[in-house]
Structure formats: structure tokens, C-alpha cells
Ligand binder design. Structure first.
Ligand code: HEM
Ligand SMILES: *[C@@H]1O[C@H](CO)[C@@H](O)[C@H](O)[C@H]1NC(C)=O
Ligand SMILES: *[C@@H]1O[C@H](CO)[C@@H](O)[C@H](O)[C@H]1NC(C)=O
Ligand SMILES: *[C@@H]1O[C@H](CO)[C@@H](O)[C@H](O)[C@H]1NC(C)=O
Length: 327
């Protein structure tokens, strides 16, 4: 009895050791990022970035939204590696003219300004990928949203991929199942999808992005659709660039009103309203509408999870001097 007890608890110990090793190695990419990564090499990093973000947002509140979106479009294309910032070169085409980005993605000059300040404080130390991550957090905070400790230690890609930018960022025409798959393909859960879509509590979209929803969908409030149609004709033309707020209630304030719009069928994008159209995510939308602190908690967790997508670490990649160019 004693011997067999001893034997089985030893086997149990071996089994749990193996499980531990598997868990540790699966989590290894995440474990390499840390909040204090630059604490000795660039101790003033956070206080160098924040005022530049704040003054850009003071000048134009929408810039906070644009900077948050940069992080999403960086991370979904071969990981959070600053590839979104690279201009065309003779060896690759940048991501800026990909369909989801062209004529729409903004904030590159603000990132340049932040990078210049950071290079002055700590030359050659801080990656552009990490600057995007800190800037996204500071933007959310500046517009009244939650704060969190940003995990750092990403390095910058030496290449970019136009085709990955075209394929890996979900379009606004996506169905709920396509959105769930896209996030799942990036290691993100359905909860991350619903919480991170709350990023649409700030910022603007072009007529071309919401036109099919306001003319052809049925799960949309009639008077809301009428209002949006008045500035977005069904025909193709220069008005395709006309803007409307993603959150009709408080477009420059980071809050949970986005979910209130959805439960009232006043989501601007087809993809937004998909989250509350009778599918599996309805209940979570209702939770975030009635419980802002649950939204805050899940949004922060989602931002950390998104920031953990395939970072380049160790000796992979480089620390770019100019965010627009490889060294
Ligand atoms: C779930 C899938 C998503 C889709 C289909 C989507 C799609 C879009 C589209 C079509 C626009 C408007 C672009 C334009 O017309 O110029 C937009 C804007 C925006 N997106 Fe998303 N998005 C998604 C997820 C996210 C996530 C995860 C975030 C960040 C957490 C985010 C943040 C933003 C912000 C802040 C804007 C406004 C940017 C500005 O005003 O410059 N989006 N998105
Ligand atoms: C980058 O290359 C793409 C594809 O060839 C092109 O459409 C775009 O205009 C180029 N961008 C710049 C700034 O030259
Ligand atoms: C990008 O947008 C500009 C106008 O904003 C347009 O002239 C150009 O053709 C677009 N490029 C691509 C590759 O779609
Ligand atoms: C609405 O749907 C019809 C039929 O599929 C299509 O021809 C039309 O272009 C769509 N309109 C918009 C504004 O998307």
C-alpha cells in the first residue's frame, strides 16, 4: 500500500512536471515581454512618450483613435513588429496602401515625433513596435479610458507584407463567424473580439466603410440609417471619404457607449452590428452595455493579449532608428 502510494505520487509528480513544462513552453513568447523591459536602458521612456501623445490629442481628439487603431493594424499583420510603419523599399512594398489602411490609417507623423523624442532620450534602444503599444495605451487614457501596464521588449521587423495586410485585417463586411475566426487565427478569443471592438467607442469611419450597412442591412435603426445616408450617398464618388463617428454618442470619449449603440441597432459598421444580431456574442454586448467595469477589465486584458501576438524578441529583428525605414 505504502509502496504503491509512493509510486503513484511519483508518477503524478512526473506528469505534473511534464504539464508544467508544456504550459511554460507554450507561453514562452508572452513571457519574454515585461513591463520593466526598459527600466535600466531607458528609465524615462514612459514620461517621454506621454506628453507627445497628449499634445497631439489636444490638437485633434480623433488622433487618439487613429493611434489606437495603428496598434491593431500592426499586431494583426505578422505580429506587433512595427511593420505597419515601414515605407516602400526596393525589396518590399509597405503595408500603408493595403485596402484596410490606404487613405484611412493615420498618426504616422505623431509616431515619428515620439520616436525622435525617444531617440534623444535613449538612442538606439526602444523599438517602434513598443512605441506603438505605449502610444495606444496613452491614447486610451487621454480620452478618458482605463490605464494598464504595457508589456515591452518587442523588436522591429526588417520587412513588411502588403499581402498579409490585405488578408489578415478583417474587413467591415465580415460576418460574426468571420470575425471570430480572424481573432482566433491571431490567438484571440471571442471575448477579446467583443471587448476590443469597443475600440470603436472613439474615432471616425469613411462613408465607403459603412455604406453597405446603412443601405442594405435590416438590423439597423431606421432613423439612424436615414441620418447616415444624408452624408453618404449610395453612388460612388468623392463623398465616399465623408466621415461619421463610430460611436454616435461620445466619439471622443473612451467609454462603453459603443455597446449601447449596438443594443439599439445603431452600430455604424456591418461588423459592429454583427456583434449584436442574435448570435453568440449578444449576451456579452449586453453585459458591457450594463457593466462598464466588466468592459474595462476585458478591454485591458484584450489589449495585453493583442500585444502578445508574435513579438520579435531576443536577437530577432532590430531596433529601428527611423520607424519608417529598416536600419
Ligand atoms: C473586429 C474587427 C474590426 C473591424 C472589421 C474594424 C474595421 C474598422 C473600419 C472599417 C474602420 C474605419 C476605417 C475608415 O473608414 O477609414 C475602423 C476604424 C477604427 N478602428 Fe477598427 N475594426 C476592427 C477592430 C478594431 C480594434 C480591435 C481596434 C482597437 C482596439 C479598432 C480601433 C479602431 C479605431 C480607434 C478606429 C477609428 C480610427 C480613426 O478615427 O482614425 N478597431 N475600424
Ligand atoms: C508603395 O507601393 C504601392 C504598390 O506599388 C503604391 O501603390 C504606393 O503608391 C507606394 N507608396 C508610395 C508612398 O510610393
Ligand atoms: C490609395 O489611395 C489613393 C487616394 O487616397 C489612391 O489614389 C490610390 O490609388 C490608392 N492606392 C491603392 C493601392 O489602392
Ligand atoms: C446593396 O445590395 C445590392 C444587391 O446586392 C447591390 O447591388 C448594391 O451595390 C448594394 N448597395 C450598397 C450601397 O452596398
Amino acid at each position: 500500500m505504502a509502496a504503491s502510494f509512493y509510486f503513484s505520487s511519483t508518477s503524478m509528480a512526473i506528469v505534473s512536471e511534464l504539464i508544467f513544462l508544456v504550459v511554460v513552453s507554450v507561453g514562452i513568447t508572452n513571457a519574454q515581454l515585461s513591463a520593466d523591459f526598459y527600466s535600466s536602458t531607458c528609465p524615462n521612456l514612459i514620461s517621454t512618450v506621454q506628453p507627445v501623445v497628449q499634445s497631439a490629442i489636444n490638437e485633434e481628439a480623433r488622433m487618439g483613435a487613429s493611434l489606437l487603431r495603428l496598434f491593431f493594424h500592426d499586431c494583426f499583420v505578422n505580429g506587433c513588429d512595427g511593420s505597419i510603419l515601414l515605407d516602400n523599399t526596393s525589396s518590399f512594398t509597405g503595408e500603408k496602401t493595403a485596402k484596410p489602411n490606404n487613405g484611412s490609417l493615420r498618426g504616422f507623423e505623431v509616431i515619428d515625433e515620439i520616436k525622435a523624442s525617444v531617440e534623444q532620450a535613449c538612442p538606439g534602444v526602444v523599438s517602434c513596435a513598443d512605441i506603438i503599444a505605449i502610444t495606444a495605451r496613452d491614447s486610451v487614457v487621454a480620452l478618458g479610458g482605463p490605464t494598464w501596464n504595457v508589456l515591452l521588449g518587442r523588436r522591429d521587423a526588417k520587412t513588411a507584407s502588403l499581402s498579409a495586410a490585405n488578408n489578415d485585417i478583417p474587413p467591415p463586411s465580415s460576418s460574426l463567424s468571420a470575425l471570430i475566426s480572424s481573432f482566433q487565427n491571431h490567438g484571440l478569443s471571442t471575448t477579446d473580439l467583443v471587448a476590443l471592438s469597443g475600440g470603436h467607442t472613439i474615432g471616425q469611419a469613411r462613408c465607403t466603410s459603412f455604406k453597405p450597412h446603412i443601405y442594405n442591412d435590416t438590423n439597423i435603426d431606421d432613423s439612424f440609417a436615414q441620418t447616415r445616408r444624408s452624408n453618404c450617398p449610395a453612388t460612388t464618388g468623392s463623398e465616399d471619404n465623408n466621415l461619421a463617428p463610430l460611436d454616435l454618442q461620445t466619439p471622443t470619449h473612451f467609454d462603453n457607449k459603443y455597446y449601447n449603440n449596438l443594443v439599439n441597432t445603431k452600430g455604424l459598421l456591418h461588423s459592429d452590428q454583427q456583434l449584436f444580431s442574435g448570435g453568440s456574442t449578444n449576451a456579452l454586448v449586453q453585459t458591457y452595455n450594463s457593466n462598464p467595469s466588466q468592459f474595462t477589465k476585458d478591454f485591458v486584458a484584450g489589449m495585453i493579449n493583442m500585444g502578445n501576438i508574435q513579438p520579435l524578441t531576443g536577437s530577432n529583428g532590430e531596433i529601428r532608428t527611423n520607424c519608417r525605414k529598416t536600419n
